[in-house]
Ligand binder design. Structure first.
Ligand code: NAP
Ligand code: GDP
Length: 318
C-alpha cells in the first residue's frame, strides 16, 4: 500500500493469529497506515448493527478479518452447528458492511481443514469446493468455504476486492490452551506442563500417525500483512510451510517432550479420534510471489511457544 492514508482494521486481534499481527504490524509500522486492533469487546460481529457501528467509528479502508469461532478436532466434533452459525454470521456481516462502506480490500482466513476429505495431494487453491470435507469439522468447513463464495459474488456483482488466505495448522503464543477445545500443539504443551507438575504420565490422543503442516503465528502474521498490502486477487492463497516440513503428531509430541525436558512416561489414548489423516498443501502459489520467504524452523517455534506458556501460565487462555 502506498499513497493516501490507509486505515487497516484487524478483527479478532486478541486471538492467536491477531496477537501476532499486532506484534508484527507495530514493529513494521509504515507512516501511511493506521492500524486498529479489535476484539469481541469492541462489538459482537455476529450482530450486523454492531458491525456497522464498528465500521462507522473507524472508517477502515482495509480489513484483515480474523474474528472467528476456532477450535481443535474435538471441539469441532462436539459443536459443529455452533461453528457453522457463528462463522457464517461473522463473515456475512464483515463482508456486507465492508461493501456498504466502500472498504478497498478485505482478507479473511479459511483453513486447510476445509478441503475435500477425499482428494489428491498436494492440495492447492483450486480444490476448495471439489467434494465434502472431513465429517469431523463439517460445520466449520462449510462456513469457511462460504467466504470464498461470498468473495467471488461481491467481486462479480459489485467489483469488491475481497479475498482469502488459507493457513495450515497455526501455533504460537496467545493460543487457546484449553485441553478440550484447543488444537493439538497447545494440548500437548499443556498436558506436559501438568504431567511435569503432578508427576503423572503424558498422554497423546489418538495414534500419533496423522500428519500436519504447522505454521508459526508470527510467520503467518508477516504473510497476512504482505497480503493486505500486495495481494490483489479474489482467488485464495495458501499460506503454509513447504510440503517436506510436514510432521506427524508423534514427531510433534517428541519435539515438545525434548523442548520441555519431560522425562516421564508417554502413552497414547487410542479411544480418541485421529481426525483427518493428512491435508498436505502446496505453497507453490505463495512461492511464486515470495520465493525467498524464510519460515521459522518448527523446533525454534515450539521452543518459543513452550517458554511463552510457562511464563504466562496464569493468564493464558485455558
Ligand atoms: P482465536 O485465537 O480463537 O481468536 C479468535 C478471535 O476472534 C478473538 O480475538 C475473538 O475475540 C474474536 N471473536 C470471536 N468471536 C467474535 C465475535 N462474535 N465478534 C467479534 N470478535 C470475535 O483464533 P485464531 O486461531 O487466531 O484464528 C484466526 C483466524 O485464522 C480464523 O479465521 C481461523 O479460522 C483462521 N485459522 C486458524 C488456524 C489455527 O490453527 N488456529 C488455522 C487456520 C486458519 P475475543 O478474544 O474478544 O473473544
Ligand atoms: P486438526 O488439525 O484440525 O485435526 O486439529 P487439531 O489441531 O485438534 O489436531 C488433531 C490431531 O492431533 C488428531 O490426530 C488428534 O488425535 C491429535 N492429538 C493428539 N493429542 C491431542 C491433544 O491433546 N489435543 C488435540 N486437539 N489433538 C490431539
Amino acid at each position: 500500500m502506498s499513497g493516501e492514508q490507509k486505515v487497516v482494521i484487524v478483527t479478532g486481534s486478541t486471538g492467536l493469529v491477531g496477537s501476532a499481527v499486532q506484534i508484527v504490524a507495530k514493529k513494521e509500522q509504515r507512516p501511511d497506515e493506521k492500524w486498529v486492533f479489535l476484539s469481541s469487546k469492541d462489538g459482537n460481529l455476529r450482530n450486523i448493527e454492531e458491525a456497522r457501528a464498528i465500521f462507522k467509528k473507524h472508517s477502515p479502508t482495509h480489513v484483515i478479518n480474523l474474528a472467528a469461532k476456532v477450535g481443535g478436532l474435538f471441539s469441532n466434533m462436539k459443536y459443529g452447528c455452533d461453528f457453522l452459525r457463528t462463522n457464517m454470521e461473522i463473515n456475512q456481516n464483515v463482508l456486507q458492511v465492508s461493501h456498504e462502506t466502500g472498504v478497498k480490500k478485505v482478507i479473511s482466513c479459511m483453513s486447510t481443514c476445509i478441503f475435500p476429505d477425499k482428494t489428491t495431494y498436494p492440495i492447492d487453491e483450486t480444490m476448495v469446493h471439489n467434494g465434502p470435507p472431513h465429517p469431523s469439522n463439517y460445520g466449520y468447513s462449510m462456513a469457511k468455504r462460504m467466504i470464498d463464495v461470498m468473495n467471488r459474488t461481491y467481486h462479480d456483482q459489485y467489483g469488491c476486492m475481497f479475498t482469502s488466505a488459507i493457513p495450515t495448522n497455526v501455533y504460537g503464543p496467545y493460543d487457546n490452551y484449553n485441553l478440550e477445545d484447543g488444537h493439538v500443539l497447545t494440548g500437548l504443551i499443556h498436558k506436559i506442563y501438568l504431567a511435569k507438575k503432578n508427576n503423572t504420565p503424558f498422554t497423546i490422543w489418538g495414534s500419533g500417525k496423522p500428519r500436519r503442516q504447522f505454521i508459526y503465528s508470527l510467520d503467518l502474521a508477516r504473510l497476512l500483512i504482505w497480503a493486505i498490502r500486495e495481494y490483489n486477487d479474489v482467488n485464495p492463497i495458501l499460506l503454509c510451510v513447504d510440503e517436506e516440513d510436514e510432521v506427524s503428531i508423534k514427531e510433534l509430541a517428541e519435539m515438545v517432550v525434548e523442548e520441555t525436558g519431560f522425562k516421564g512416561s508417554v502413552t497414547h489414548d487410542l479411544t480418541k479420534a485421529d481426525g483427518q489423516f493428512k491435508k498436505t498443501a502446496s505453497n507453490a502459489k505463495l512461492r511464486s510471489y515470495l520465493p525467498d520467504f524464510k519460515f521459522t524452523p518448527i523446533r525454534q517455534g515450539i521452543r518459543e511457544t513452550v517458554e511463552w506458556f510457562a511464563a504466562n501460565y496464569e493468564t493464558a487462555r485455558k
